[in-house]
Structure formats: C-alpha cells, structure tokens
Design a protein around this ligand. Structure first.
Ligand SMILES: Nc1ncnc2c1ncn2[C@@H]1O[C@H](COP(=O)(O)OP(=O)(O)OP(=O)(O)O)[C@@H](O)[C@H]1O
Length: 445
C-alpha cells in the first residue's frame, strides 16, 4: 500500500508549511517559554521533554507574534498532538481573572473526549484552571450542575432586586472538552451555557469531524463566537439590565494584546489530524483566519518511525484460523484487531468464542454495544485484563492505550487514511510496534 503520496497542496497557505521535523525533542529544562508550573505538572506525568510537534506549536502560539494566526497541524499518530494544543492553551489562559468558558475542544467520540480531558486535568489545575466535559457520560442534569454555576445572590445585595433576578448563570469551567452532540444539547438548552468568551476552539481529528455535520455544530459554534467580536463599548456593558453580568466578563487580554477596539481577543482555532484534509471546500467550513500549516516532512501523511508493517496472505476460508495462530504467536501482547464493520466485528468475536482455550482474553468493541459496556471494555484493555480488542476503526481513532504492541487489519482498510489511523494505535510516542494486514490472494497489491 502506497502510504505517503506527495501531492501539491490546493490552498496557497498550505504550500509553505512550517516543517515540524526541523525541531528536535527538547528537555523541559531548556524550553524557556514554558511556565515552570506546567513543566512541573509534566514531570509528574513522567514527561521530561517536549516532542517536536509540541515545541513547534508552542513557539507559534506562546512565542512572539503568537496566537495571531489559526494553526493547522498535520502530524503522525502518537506524535503528541494533544499536549501540543493543551500546553499553550493552559499557559495563555492562566492570566484570566474571571472564570468562564474560554477554550472549547471538540472530539468525535466520547472515549476520545474523556482521554483528552484527562490530559487537561493533569496540567490545568497547576495553573488554577478547571476543566469540564460535555460528552453524555452522565445525565444532562448532572452535566449542567458540573458546568454551570448559579449566581450567588448575596454578592449583589446592594443592587436593585429587579436586576439581580435577571443575572444569568454562567459556565464554571475554563476549558470544556466536548463531543458535538452533547455540545449542541448545551448550546440549545442549557441556561447560562455561553460561548461568548471563547478564545480557543480546537477541532481535534479534524477530517473526521468535518466529514459529518453533527447537527450543524460547527456553523453554530462559529456563529455564536463571531458575534462576540464587537467594540468594547458596544457590548451591553452599560445597559442597565445586563450590567452585573457584563461587568464580570469584560476581557482585558484582547486590548492588552493589541486587538484595538475590540472587547475580546479574536477566537483562535487550532485544527489537528494525522491525516489533515487539504480539500478547500472542507477547510472553508472552519473559516480559518490567516492559517499556518505545521506538518511533518514534505510527505502528505506519515507513519510512525518505529512502526513495522507486515502483509499476511491468507486463504479466505481459513482467515479466522490464521488470526488465532497469529494472536497465539503474539503471546498475549496487547493488540487491536480491526474489521471493516460493526457486523463483522460481532461475527468475528462470536466465532472466536467457539474456540476453546485461547491463550488470550479478548472482547468486542463497537458502537453496537452500550456506552457503559464499551467503557468497561476499554478500561479492562487499558489495565491488561483483556489483551485483544476486536474493533471497528470508527471507535478507535485517536485512542491512546499504553502498551499496544500490535495492530492487525483482519479486513483490509479501504483507504490509506484508515490504514494510518489503525496502524497508529501502536508505535506511539517514539515506541516500536507492528501492523499486520491479512490479505486474500486477490487483495495483494
Ligand atoms: N513529551 C512527551 N514525552 C513523553 N510522552 C509523551 C509526550 N507527549 C505525549 N506523550 C505521550 O504520547 C502518547 C501519544 O500522544 P497523543 O495521544 O497526544 O498523540 P496524537 O498525536 O494525538 O495521536 P493520534 O493522532 O493517534 O490521536 C500519549 O501516551 C502521551 O502521553
């Protein structure tokens, strides 16, 4: 399979990217622009250096002239893109005076969103920031109570009670990690949920999120955030009714950073993927502002450096036996077996159940199952009580599970992008891993 094709980028700004490969992994001691509190939080995560993509994004954001352009990152699976955006966001929000929603990170699935939330939770408290999630893990009422704070009426005892009753609740988190569906539920139904003060919008796994409209979440978010770009004094600040609220939400940083005449800084967008789309019509949906592309090398997509790829040519009727033999050879190493559909995942799992004493524990993982079942399976896989996951690629994009040494394409992926995301579940963070693709004779290229 030809994985890395050289193509001419369609959009002019994509033709002059920043090459991430010019950066080298750098010890935290030498990254001067990183806040020492963040460096300390990273050390607690056993991270002693920054990966190239993290340095590149940090310099384009925290560095001189930072945050004036939207950032598009195309960097291999497992190269550390999550911290690449989490670090500059947390560092730049730490000067905020009032707590309200300033950074929104959107991901395609709940498991992925929870994984990213964990990363933010590991670094944000060190800077006094709070992180929330809107993913549908709990009931909407529970989610609302963790995201929204009711106004403390005693604070306004000197104001006219008529005004006080009109003070709206506000978001009580600085950073929100969300899936599009739940995000839209809050936008449309939750009183006090506001994107008015948003400074950062991260669209992780961009190509996947742009492929599906998800109740028009993107146009809605862009519309709600663009309406905040008003002049300082044209805000409702001095109209009586909303005074208490707007007094508490005047943002100074935009004025300080030189966004003259605006009451807030421009919303900055960061979009990322290991297979970032170059399709102008798709990218135009994001309404990017003077974007800059950060990409690894000149090839369009890249596989992790220490990934080894193998082809296994099988007789189609004997495929399940080949799989069992291969899994036996792997001796209980953590492994994901990818099939082409939820039905085929279910069929293969059912079939494997007929094999008596397999030397590994396995489980199905697909959207046919309830979320609670999936979460338990994922937890068991993380802990190692299950060593083999039979899955569809829709469920595993972006998934980061420690110790996955092997990926098996039981069904051949139809697209190069799919191969990249599947294979990228192993050989992450500079470690080695193997990807086996089982092919029938006629599928061999
Ligand atoms: N600087 C670092 N030092 C050591 N490990 C790191 C560092 N940065 C990230 N990691 C680890 O690398 C792994 C991959 O990171 P991450 O999930 O952010 O990759 P990614 O580029 O988003 O991958 P994908 O495209 O598959 O979503 C994680 O386990 C993370 O903890």
């Amino acid at each position: 399979m030809e994985v890395a094709q050289k193509r001419v980028a369609h959009l002019p700004w994509m033709r002059y990217p920043v090459d991430i490969d010019q950066f080298e992994e750098e010890s935290l001691d030498h990254v001067n622009c990183l806040d020492p509190r963040l460096a300390e939080a990273l050390r607690k995560m056993q991270i002693e250096s920054l990966f190239p993509v993290q340095l590149a994004v940090l310099l384009e954001t925290i560095g001189p002239g930072g945050f004036e352009r939207d950032i598009c990152v195309n960097s291999p699976t497992g190269s550390g893109k999550t911290l690449a955006y989490a670090l500059p966001i947390v560092q730049s929000l730490c000067t905020r005076k009032i707590r309200c929603l300033r950074a929104l990170v959107v991901l395609p699935t709940r498991d992925l969103a929870l994984q990213v939330k964990e990363v933010f939770e590991a670094i944000a408290p060190a800077m006094g920031l709070t992180v929330g999630s809107a993913v549908g893990q709990s009931s909407i009422a529970d989610e609302i109570s963790s995201l929204i704070k009711r106004p403390r009426l005693e604070r306004y005892s000197s104001l006219d009670p008529e005004y006080v009753t009109q003070i709206e609740p506000e978001t009580s988190v600085d950073i929100l990690v969300a899936t599009p569906g739940r995000l839209m539920d809050h936008i449309t139904m939750t009183k006090g949920f506001s994107l008015e003060h948003l400074r950062f919008l991260v669209v992780d796994e961009t190509d996947r999120l742009l492929r599906e409209a998800y109740q028009s979440w993107l146009p809605t978010v862009l519309e709600l955030t663009s309406s905040t770009n008003q002049d300082l004094f044209s805000c409702e600040s001095f109209s009586g009714v909303s005074m208490p609220r707007s007094l508490s939400t005047i943002r100074r940083s935009g004025v300080e950073r030189g966004f003259k005449g605006r009451c807030s800084p421009r919303l900055m967008k960061i979009i990322l993927s290991a297979t970032l789309t170059q399709d102008p019509s798709k990218l135009s949906q994001l309404d990017l502002h003077h974007p800059i592309l950060l990409t690894s090398g000149m090839k369009r997509y890249r596989l992790p450096e220490k990934l080894q790829s193998f082809k296994l040519i099988c007789n189609s009727k004997l495929k399940p036996l080949y799989l069992v033999a291969l899994l036996g050879e792997l001796q209980g190493e953590k492994c994901i077996v990818f099939t082409s559909s939820v039905e085929s995942t279910h069929r293969l799992s059912t079939l494997l159940n007929f094999f008596g004493d397999l030397p590994f524990q396995f489980s199905e993982y697909s959207r046919l199952q309830r979320q609670s079942v999936r979460s338990k399976t994922l937890q068991a896989f993380r802990e190692g009580t299950i060593q083999v996951l039979i899955a569809t690629d829709a469920m595993t994009r972006g998934m980061d599970v420690e110790g996955i040494r092997n990926v098996i394409n039981y069904d051949m992926p139809s697209y190069v992008k799919t191969y990249i995301h599947r294979a990228g579940r192993t050989a992450r963070a500079g470690l080695s891993g193997s990807c086996f693709t089982m092919l029938r004779k006629h599928e061999e290229l």
